[in-house]
Design a protein around this ligand. Structure first.
Ligand code: ADP
Ligand code: MG
Ligand code: MG
Length: 883
């Protein structure tokens, strides 16, 4: 078997696409060699050796040694020196390199091959004893730490005390003799710790380092990292042995790291740092302040140290040429490492560079414009989930901040404002133009108006799918939920955390993307939705066939949805329209009425308001489809809980308080989620749905009269489990339509459909489709009912399920394909069998989750519907699903 692949001198046995065998570093070193770039020669021991090693009781394959020696001989031949030679020694680095870069792995060892004799040879040949002994002390320290497990501080103490003795500040102040003394001290430490001398035989050193790399594959750090990043242990790591080049041979030497474009902004500007007279590790270790590569970078960062562009203009030019060549070759932004030895440039690494979400967008769009990649590729490179960071205000990274506590990052974006503790205060203060943060122990549907008015929402209880989190995401408000360290006291209007008290009116900032709660005002940066973002979305739209609608009921949400490219409303939750101050009164009157006549009287007051809502929504949507869901929640959600409120209602409705309280408690249910709600309300109180149908149809008439685009309303009956429920309610809707047609003389186009959110409905979808003209999968409730899991209570234990690997992701966030998805697929199939053109969509939180969008595309749904702020994410995810 071939266990070893060599590279160097414009050729290599490996290639970039051999990452599985050679690891990322090895494959790219080979690729750069093949491209003719200056790469110090070396060899890569394959990942298969790692696998062999662990499969065979930590033994190497018998023929490995010979192949490594042959590889070393090839390096010697190219460089004209010899490994272990006293007069002209070859020195190497030993570098680990898994397929994916892995922080848990062994650190690189540089300058391997030095010992008491070869260091002298290096001193003589280089004519620079200081350099030779500097390299030797680096080697002993690195090898000591990394391979022999000698603690870092033992070396540091020796160096520090020597510097103190001679009054030196910087490492560069030390002379050859100083380093000689440090080396002697280092060797003593190693001998003390290990009871044997520092290994002098270069071959022992080499195999010690190789063994340490393979050994590190199974160390705890690496195992943990693999588990977190789902990297299988069977992948193994490769080992690279590469001839050393020296950045520490004097002032015409340097070492550095660079990105071919700016990794935080994405600008097409060379961006990097270097150090003169230093070795690789020094740049990251922060021993000295690194200098900028370019003059522009230097100026931008206000650095006084000269740029490489000024100090070594020729080498810089060469490096810049390499940068352009690598980008052209890899067609992506690269992260590179280089060393300059006596004015000669050497490339030591290249890989795809990590970048921020805004940079990823800019780079993808720019590269498509530059012709490096096509538009499809640009679309593919943007992770839909990362758009979340681009669509909301973010905290200015340059600003100072005092973090008080952390909660869950429940809804992205950052917001500053005065602390308020009630929804009403939030609304009234916002009405006066004040920015407020609504702080609650938890929120309920009654708080919606305050959540809308607030810039951000902070709760101390509840998880990622709590009411506050779901509603905030829907509205695009920043939200930090479940900040358990905060003690909120509504009575004294303050909260305390870590001994600090924050009162109503004090200013705080919350970061819904990180969960941070910060004292005071922190400046934010507004997102830019034009330019690159808009362009990429156009490309994405050209690729996808799955439509994207939004869940919206307020005019503001509908406008936001359109701004983000929604192609209709997939879910208008009419109950949200009844919580506003002018509605809740008649709504409560309706609920408390003794009989149908009393209910009708109250509903008559609601009719014009609801009709007005629909008119406005239809106007904004300009003929795009609008799905209107009739009243869904159990009625008690509209009733108050406090004595003061009971009295107020009693007065308003002319009933006595005891009666009101009695009614409210009578409406309470043991399992409201499975109780008197959805179509069950329509069956028992048909006058409610009748009013809603009338409001829809009369709104359509009004739109027609004002000459607006023709509307096709999609009337959606929730929580149907039996065909007969839908039959009865569709007949009611049709009857009202007939009446409005007669009165107005208008045609009125509409569909009646249902949500599929109960297992029985999914199982009997073929029957239901005889009546239903469309299905919308209500996957929130479907997840609750298929799992038998209450969304409001699941937060308490789902975390534990995730930690114990019973479930991978929260099924309320990403659809459970195996179980819930099976019901969706089954019902979609049954629905189509009965009615082959039946419209199929999904509404609920899942509509904005990329993995769930993929699932929806795979079962051939017509559209997904999600909260307005997630519309771009769904559009991009739908494009990815089509690629
Ligand atoms: P990491 O994966 O942590 O970046 P590397 O193997 O890339 O580890 O090496 C760490 C540092 O050592 C880098 O700065 C690299 O440029 C430098 N280095 C590695 N091999 C050599 C070599 N043969 N000659 C000079 N410097 C090297
Ligand atoms: Mg590196
Ligand atoms: Mg539902």
């Amino acid at each position: 078997t071939k266990w070893v692949y060599t590279f160097g001198d414009g050729a290599a046995e490996g290639r970039a696409d051999m990452k599985n065998l050679l690891g990322g570093k090895g494959a790219n070193l080979a690729e750069m060699s093949n491209l003719g770039l200056p790469v110090p020669p070396g060899l890569t021991i394959t990942t298969e050796v790692c696998t062999y090693f662990y499969d065979n009781g930590q033994q190497y394959p018998a023929d490995l040694k010979g192949q490594v020696e042959a590889g070393i001989a090839k390096m010697e031949q190219l460089l004209g020196n010899k490994f272990g030679d006293k007069a002209n020694p070859l020195l190497v680095s030993v570098r680990s390199g898994a397929r994916a870069s892995m922080p848990g792995m062994m650190d690189t060892v540089l300058n391997l091959g030095l010992n008491d004799e070869t260091v002298e040879g290096l001193a003589v040949r280089s004519g620079d004893p200081r350099f030779a002994y500097d390299s030797y002390r680096r080697f002993i320290q690195m090898y000591g730490q990394v391979v022999l497990d000698v603690e870092h501080h033992l070396f540091e103490e020796i160096l520090e005390s020597h510097k103190l003795d001679i009054g030196a500040h910087l490492d560069t102040d030390l002379t050859a003799d100083d380093w000689k003394q440090v080396v002697a001290g280092y060797k003593e430490v190693v001998e003390e710790q290990l009871n044997q001398p520092f290994p002098q035989d270069p071959h022992d050193q080499l195999w010690g380092a190789i063994g340490a790399v393979f050994g590190s594959w199974m160390n705890q750090r690496a195992i943990t990292y693999r588990r977190l990043h789902e990297i299988p242990a069977s992948w193994g790591t490769a080992v690279n042995v590469q001839a050393m080049v020296f950045g520490n041979m004097g002032d015409d030497c340097a070492t550095g790291v660079a990105f071919t474009r700016n990794p935080s902004t994405g600008e097409n500007k060379f961006y990097g740092e270097y150090l003169v007279n230093a070795q690789g590790e020094d740049v990251v270790a922060g021993i000295r302040t690194p200098q900028h590569l370019t003059i522009a970078g230097k100026i931008e960062n206000g650095s006084k140290l000269p740029a490489m562009e000024e100090v070594m203009p020729e080498v810089f030019q060469q490096l810049n040429d390499v940068r352009l060549l690598l980008e052209k070759h890899y067609r992506d932004m690269q992260d590179i490492e280089f060393t300059v030895q006596q004015k000669k440039l050497w490339m030591l690494q290249t890989r795809t560079g990590k970048r921020t979400a805004p940079a990823a967008l800019k780079i993808a769009v720019d590269m498509a414009r530059e012709g490096l990649i096509d538009q499809k590729e640009a679309v593919k490179r943007i992770d839909p989930a990362s758009l979340d960071q681009l669509l909301h205000p973010t905290l200015d990274p340059k600003a100072d901040k005092k973090v008080l506590a952390k909660g869950l990052p429940a809804s992205p974006g950052a917001a500053s404002g005065k602390v308020v503790f009630s929804a009403d205060t939030a609304e009234s203060m916002a009405g006066k133009g004040e920015a407020v943060i609504l702080v609650r122990i938890e929120t309920s549907p009654e708080d919606i108006h305050g959540m809308h008015a607030a810039k951000g929402i902070l709760t101390t209880r509840g998880g990622m799918t709590s009411h506050a989190a779901v509603v905030a995401r829907g509205m695009g408000r920043a939200c930090v939920a479940g900040a358990g360290d905060l003690r909120v006291d509504y009575k004294t209007q303050q909260f305390t955390v870590m001994g600090q008290t924050v009162k109503a009116g004090d200013i705080i900032t919350i970061n819904g993307s990180t969960g941070e709660i910060i004292l005071g005002h922190v400046p934010t940066i507004q997102p830019d939705l034009s330019g690159d973002f808009a362009e990429l979305m156009v490309w994405a739209d050209a690729i996808r066939s799955l439509k994207v609608r939004a869940n919206a009921e307020t005019p503001l949400d509908a406008r936001t949805a359109r701004k983000f490219g929604a192609e209709g409303i997939g879910l208008c939750r009419t109950e949200h329209m009844f919580f506003d101050a002018d509605r809740i009164g008649p709504m409560r009157e309706m609920i408390l009425a003794d009989d149908t006549t009393g209910r009708r009287k109250a509903l008559d007051k609601l009719l014009p308001m609801q009709r007005g809502d629909f008119v406005e929504l239809f106007r904004i949507m300009q003929g795009l489809p609008v799905t209107i869901r009739f009243l869904d929640p159990p009625l008690h959600e509209f009733l108050p809980h406090s004595d003061a409120e009971f009295e107020e209602i009693a007065q308003l409705t002319g009933k006595d308080v005891a009666f009101v309280r009695h009614r409210a408690s009578a409406l309470n249910e043991t399992n409201p989620m499975l109780g008197h709600r959805g179509c069950r309300l329509g069956i028992t109180y048909p006058e409610i749905y009748e009013m809603q149908a009338r409001a829809v149809f009369e709104a359509m008439v009004e739109i027609e009269r004002e000459g607006g685009a023709a509307i096709t309303a999609e009337i959606m009956i929730p929580l149907v489990s039996m065909k007969k429920e839908l039959d009865q309610l569709k007949a009611l809707v049709d009857k009202v339509a007939g009446e409005v047609r007669q009165a107005s003389g208008k045609k009125l186009e509409y569909l009646v459909g249902t949500m599929i959110e109960l297992p029985r409905a999914a199982m009997t979808a073929d029957k239901i489709a005889e009546t239903a003209e469309f299905f919308s999968f209500g996957t929130n409730d479907l997840t609750q009912t298929v799992f038998g899991l209450s969304r409001d209570d699941a937060g308490g234990f789902l975390g534990s399920y995730q930690r114990q690997n019973i479930i991978e992701r929260d099924p309320f966030v990403s659809i459970d394909v195996e179980g819930v998805g099976a019901f969706v697929e089954l019902a979609a199939g049954k629905g189509r069998k009965t009615r082959n053109n039946i419209k199929l969509g999904i509404c609920g939180e899942h509509g904005g989750d990329p993995a769930s969008v993929h699932f929806c595309a795979s079962v051939g749904l017509d559209y997904v519907s999600c909260s307005p702020y997630r519309v771009p994410i769904a559009r991009l995810a739908a494009a990815h699903a089509a690629l």
